[in-house]
Design a protein. Structure first.
Length: 318
């Protein structure tokens, strides 16, 4: 039975951490091969499962040390039909992969969760296509497409689902509708280009307001991920109601554009301390932000730096 599905603790007070860039860490730091950037394929073998398990441990240790809650993500960003087909997974195998990913993080929660520091099991959904390009589905097509993965999470102990690195408003609308049909709390995380806009040219404001308007505000909250803070901070008007719908940031430490990141053969990890300072500045613009983590190129060092910069301030404010 899901522990927090009907009462997500991050919607209340306190800071919840996440991990960093799973795929970039596994590829560049651990030297693993991830065809099509698909970490979920590792779960097919005991060795791969152990590698994914070990990936989470430094982050969970930081959360325990900081006495912070944690949003524990499944390794399933690519575990949908199109990417699964490229890797030889049919619908049944994909469902099993998503369920196995939840089982792994459930085991970790049983080891790490303590009273007062909840660990929320989060089923991760990725875009149908490339996370840096605009999708072409309308909302109805997106709802139908993503329903299978969401259903697999709904039948597990996952507390919620999060669609990460979305570039298309219609896809976001479809995912929210599909999650609502399964009574699953859902979070939408958009990514932006260096100009602070979605690759479609839409603003973050348009993306959030349009998704809320089309779904009756059914998303639990919104996030921004896979962009450097300098790319979007000037888009955030703290006096606007839509900004209050943003409760999480998972930024890149690199200032590179998505195109540059795609072409790079080396990892740009940026500066962890600088990223932490930028998160502190973002939290002044985003007073309802409770979820802090990283994305491409970040690892446990960046999360530790974010804690160093942000958690003392939060403790003083509390």
């Amino acid at each position: 039975m899901a522990r927090y599905r009907n009462d997500l603790p991050q919607l209340r007070n306190g800071i919840f951490l996440t991990d960093g860039g799973m795929e970039t860490t596994l590829i560049f730091h651990e030297g693993l091969q991830l065809p099509h950037f698909a970490a979920f394929a590792l779960l097919a073998s005991p060795e791969g499962r152990n590698q994914v398990r070990n990936y989470y441990l430094p982050y969970l240790d930081i959360a325990r040390e900081q006495r912070a809650g944690f949003i524990l993500d499944t390794a399933t960003w690519r575990a949908n039909a199109d990417w699964g087909e490229k890797l030889g997974y049919d619908a049944r195998a994909l469902r099993a992969a998503n369920e196995n990913a939840v089982a792994l993080i459930r085991e970790l929660r049983s080891e790490y969760e303590r009273p007062g520091t909840p660990i929320v099991l989060n089923g991760v959904i990725g875009p149908r296509g490339d996370g840096y390009k605009a999708g072409k589905m309308n909302a109805a097509e997106a709802e139908d497409y993503h329903a299978a993965q969401i259903e697999s999470f709904a039948g597990s102990e996952a507390d919620m689902v999060t669609a990460v690195t979305l570039t298309n408003i219609d896809e976001a609308i479809g995912i929210v509708r599909a999650a609502r049909a399964q009574n699953m709390p859902v979070v939408i995380s958009f990514t932006v280009e260096t100009d602070g806009k979605l690759v479609t040219g839409k603003s973050i404001q348009e993306a959030i307001e349009s998704t809320d308007a089309a779904t009756g505000g059914a998303a639990a909250y919104y996030m921004i991920n896979c962009a450097h803070p300098s790319h979007f901070q000037d888009e955030l008007d703290q006096d606007s109601a839509w900004v209050g719908r943003i409760s999480g940031i998972r930024a890149n430490a690199s200032v590179m554009s998505h195109a540059e990141l795609d072409e790079s053969e080396t990892l740009d990890a940026g500066n962890p301390a600088d990223l932490g300072r930028r998160y502190r500045e973002l939290m002044l613009r985003l007073p309802r932000t409770h979820v802090l983590g990283g994305c491409c190129g970040t690892d446990h060092r960046h999360i530790a730096a974010i804690c160093e910069a942000c958690l003392p301030r939060e403790a003083q404010r509390a």
